[in-house]
Design a protein around this ligand. Structure first.
Ligand code: F6P
Length: 343
């Protein structure tokens, strides 16, 4: 078969490992040929691709980013998009199937296209780990390790100055990155989108820690909403697709803590550092297994399905299930973390 690979949405450490394993598995096991579409659905729609041979994927599983490039191009709304055009393009270029590697938006597009007859399978990715249909996505472990390292560093400078340190991490709709990195770094308060918390409560935790001579660390997810606010802070306008560009809650909390407690406080927004650089060993393995599975799905003709992790097994999941809600942090996981907040 001749198979096209594409990566779409925000990049994520591990994308290259998926590409490598799918290509190697296809060449070694089935004698397949591959092309790489450039910049997500745009490349598929515009037939902008390059031949992807064994030499192109050599050594890339340890590299962050994606050798294909990515974009948030919508497969239907982009000029020339939609299943009829795409089917013609794939036929003209003799491409038998597409492996779409992306998050919720990408998989939603892939599902619509598969329903309309396009031979497409999916691979889930997101550093946020917010997809219900898989226990973990690659990129998450890397983000946790980067954020934990950053917080360890914030703690040593915080302790030296007896300051409160705030760290804003990614997490648009869910707080997995904040919860795990905060727990790993021994944070004294963790604020996530799923849980409304009063700023007075945050200040109380900070004061308790400060009064026993420690430098408080507060971890806040970008999507956290204080209990008296309507929505997440999006002081940076909108994305091209109309989504609000989140960010700024770390600065806001920092100012509130300083004003209300008088404790000198500093914010560090980790931002895209969490998505950059080499994937961890865990993410390389997960991504490699997903790539192998996706290739098998293509050969099974399992259009509209994707690779997923359940426990320790890689399984087949319908894209319908993949879009069936976000994987939020359960209340009981937050209660567990809360035991170690404040004093
Ligand atoms: O979905 C992953 C994510 O990292 C979110 O946590 C964050 O809001 C968003 O991507 C940022 O995207 P961009 O790269 O477009 O700024």
């Amino acid at each position: 078969m001749r198979i096209g690979l594409m990566t779409s949405g925000g990049d994520c450490p591990g994308l290259n490992a998926v590409i490598r394993s799918a290509v190697l598995h296809g060449i070694k096991s089935y004698g397949d040929e591959f092309v790489g579409f450039r910049a997500g659905w745009r490349g598929v729609i515009e037939a902008d691709y390059f031949e992807l041979g064994r030499q192109n994927v050599r050594g890339i599983s340890r590299e962050g980013g994606t050798i294909l490039g990515t974009s948030r191009t919508h497969p239907y709304n982009h000029p020339g998009g939609g299943p009829e055009n795409m089917a013609k393009t794939l036929k003209r270029h003799e491409i038998d199937a597409v492996i779409a590697i992306g998050g919720e938006g990408t998989l939603a597009g892939a599902k619509r296209l598969a329903d309309a007859g396009i031979p497409v399978v999916g691979v889930p990715k997101t550093i946020d780990n917010d997809l219900n249909a898989t226990d973990y996505t690659f990129g998450f472990d890397t983000a946790i390790s980067i954020a934990t390292d950053a917080m360890d560093r914030l703690r040593t400078t915080g302790e030296s100055h007896h300051r409160c340190m705030v760290s804003e991490v990614m997490g648009r709709h869910v707080g997995w990155i904040a919860l795990h990195s905060g727990m790993a770094a021994g944070a004294h308060a963790i604020l996530i989108p799923e849980q409304r918390v009063n700023i007075d409560q945050v200040c109380e935790w900070v004061e308790q820690v400060h009064s026993r001579g420690r430098a408080p660390l507060v971890v806040v997810a970008e999507g956290f909403i204080p209990d008296d606010a309507e929505e997440a802070l999006a002081g940076k306008g909108q994305e091209a697709d109309g989504r609000p560009r989140l960010g700024g809650i770390g600065e806001f909390i920092t100012a509130q803590i300083e004003q209300r407690t008088g404790i000198e406080t500093r914010n560090t927004t980790l931002g895209h550092i969490q998505r950059g650089g080499n994937p961890t060993g865990y993410d390389r393995v997960l991504a490699t297994r997903f790539g192998i599975k996706a290739l098998d799905l293509v050969h099974e003709g399992a259009w509209g399905h994707m690779a997923s992790l359940r426990g320790t097994e890689i399984v087949t999941m319908g894209l319908t299930e993949a879009l069936d809600g976000l994987k939020e942090v359960p209340a009981q996981r937050y209660e567990e973390a809360k035991i170690l907040f404040g004093r």
